[in-house]
Design a protein around this ligand. Structure first.
Ligand code: FAD
Length: 516
């Protein structure tokens, strides 16, 4: 690769990424010649220059509000043929570092592409066809009406199908079902040349696997066929605490290795918190209130195992579900007084982060900078990582949750063929530092402090040879991107040259530079 002048240009670093590619008047006259069902907006573009991270603000020249797939295809084709410009699909804009932005280019507001959802079933099992701009919460609400549900989720459902499939989509169900990209049967994609292509494992397979976890680099997902299973309607949601990391992680790994286990397995780290169990008691009930009241969390580093068992009130008796849970818990080594249980609806459980969002919004704490760091760590290095990171680099978890849970890649379908990059071991840990920064603070809750802390975590990991991979990756040089992709880089580059040879799509990742 990188042999021809064209290839080496695509390989070159992207230092000039921020140059204005469109002059504001140029797109308007040119774009207005397109015959669209939707429309372009040139004035109200500020929204498309923001995201959840609240740190990167690149304004596009125009925002397309498509009403049909041809709107998207003709816009991309036009940019491809006119020799300048970039295009970013924007899902719900919950990226962290401008990944769905297009500096001076065109942002496509995928949420305005509303298409009828269609369910069906064939040899590959039940499925639903949804638009790439659908929010997962809407997919959930629709499918449960038919007694069905997608299998694999993210912790937060107010994200679009196209947005999470461009990354991976990892949550507490992934240990069993794989990430969301392992649960897709077919895609409809608009490539960087403006072609509309249907792809699956059997049809245009190279494009299908490129797009899954592909950071929007190869095509815009306009429709996805998502695998479904029968939906439960209730969930027993359980939290227990550990003070010893090795017991916590060995119990987590034990649970993900079982054929009959919980349906959701996650966990989080608690550092230097007081009154922890008091906070839980608004939604969780202690199994033994007297013992629980004697437990003091003050200051200790604790590890919370969070698990859930799904059930259907029509098909499962409460006693049977309780016995299954009791059986699973009896083999674990948590602090007995810290067993907390809650019973909630299935939709309520999956949409749990939205409840937290509403509270934070009320307090004005949602639209603040979010210097998040998400990592995938090889299982064999997790103890070393935890000892240094939770022992000395991170001294407080009050800026936001720190998630930690293992996944077993050997159970994942076709993941190696996708563009997602993970460490090579079967068991890997998803560790996410989900910090919120207090605007203009210069203290430990400020943006600079948290970014410096994140860098210390990365520097330690690199020095200690942890071999981690960033999930939701963010790099500023192509050298770093090459290192991220490692042995997958050449395939990634070849796919780019095939499906988006002029590097029009998803410029916000700063992997490639637009070609003319
Ligand atoms: P956007 O931010 O709009 O876009 C993200 C990227 O995908 C951009 O590069 C964009 O160009 C591209 N893109 C968007 N739509 C399409 C499309 N239709 N076709 C092709 N490319 C497209 N992730 C997890 O895996 N697990 C979690 O549990 C999880 N929890 C989260 C909780 C919160 C509160 C937040 C803010 C994020 C969370 N994420 C999680 C990360 C999330 O999956 C990504 O940030 C995702 O990209 C957000 O989706 P979005 O629709 O907002 O995408």
């Amino acid at each position: 690769l990188c042999h021809t002048p064209h290839e080496s240009k695509l390989c070159s670093t992207n230092q000039n990424h921020h140059q204005l590619i469109f002059s504001p008047s140029q797109p308007r006259s040119a774009l207005e010649t397109l015959n669209l069902d939707g429309y372009f907006s040139y004035q109200n573009t500020a929204h498309a220059a923001r995201d959840f991270g609240n740190r990167f603000f690149f304004r596009p020249a125009a925002v397309l509000h498509p009403k049909s797939v041809p709107d998207i295809a003709s816009t991309v084709k036009h940019v491809y043929e006119m020799g300048a410009g970039t295009v970013a699909a924007r899902g719900h804009g919950h990226s962290l570092q401008g990944q769905a932005q297009a500096d001076g280019g065109i942002v496509i507001n995928m949420e305005s592409l509303i298409r009828p959802r269609r369910g069906g079933g064939d040899g590959g099992g039940r499925y639903v066809d949804v638009s790439g701009g659908e929010l997962w919460i809407d997919v959930l609400k629709e499918t449960v009406k038919h007694g069905l549900t997608p299998k694999s989720w993210t912790d937060y459902l107010h994200l679009t199908v196209g947005g999470t499939l461009s990354n991976g989509g990892i949550s507490g169900q992934a240990f069993r079902h794989g990430p969301q990209i392992s649960n897709v049967q077919q895609l409809e994609v608009v490539t960087g040349k403006g072609e509309v292509v249907t792809c699956s494992e059997k049809q245009n397979a190279e494009l299908f696997f490129s797009v899954l976890g592909g950071l929007g680099q190869f095509g815009i997902i306009t429709r996805a066929r998502i695998s479904l299973e029968p939906a439960p309607n209730m969930v027993k949601w359980i939290r227990v605490l550990y003070s010893d990391f090795s017991q916590f992680s060995s119990d987590q790994e034990h649970l993900i290795s079982l054929d009959e286990s919980f349906d959701y397995i996650e966990g989080f780290v608690i550092i230097n918190r007081t009154g922890l169990l008091n906070n839980w008691q608004s939604s969780f009930h202690p199994k033994d209130p007297v013992q629980a009241s004697q437990f003091i969390s003050d200051g200790k580093t604790l590890y919370c195992l969070e698990v859930a068992k799904y059930f259907s009130t029509q098909h499962d008796s409460n006693e049977t579900v309780d016995m299954q849970i009791q059986g699973l818990l009896s083999n674990l080594h948590f602090i007995p007084s810290t067993l907390f249980i809650s019973e909630v609806s299935y939709v309520g459980f999956l949409d749990r982060v939205h409840v937290a969002e509403m509270k934070l919004r009320e307090q004005g704490l949602w639209e603040v900078p979010h210097p998040w760091l998400s990592l995938l760590i090889p299982g064999s290095k997790m103890a070393q990582f935890a000892s240094e990171v939770f022992g000395s680099i991170v001294t407080d978890s009050s800026n936001g949750p720190i998630l930690i849970y293992p996944l077993n890649q050997s159970k994942w379908n076709n993941i190696k063929k996708t563009s997602l990059v993970t460490p090579r071991e079967d068991v890997i840990y998803h560790v996410s530092f989900l910090a919120s920064a207090v605007p203009s603070s210069t203290g430990e809750d400020g943006l600079d402090y948290i970014l410096a802390r994140n860098q210390r975590i990365l520097d330690f990991s690199s020095g200690a040879g942890i071999g981690l991979k960033q999930y939701l990756p963010h790099y500023t040089t192509q050298e770093d991107w090459k290192a991220h992709f490692g042995s997958k880089w050449e395939v990634f580059l070849k796919r780019k040259l095939t499906y988006d040879p002029l590097a029009i799509l998803a410029p916000g990742h700063r992997i490639f530079k637009r070609q003319y």
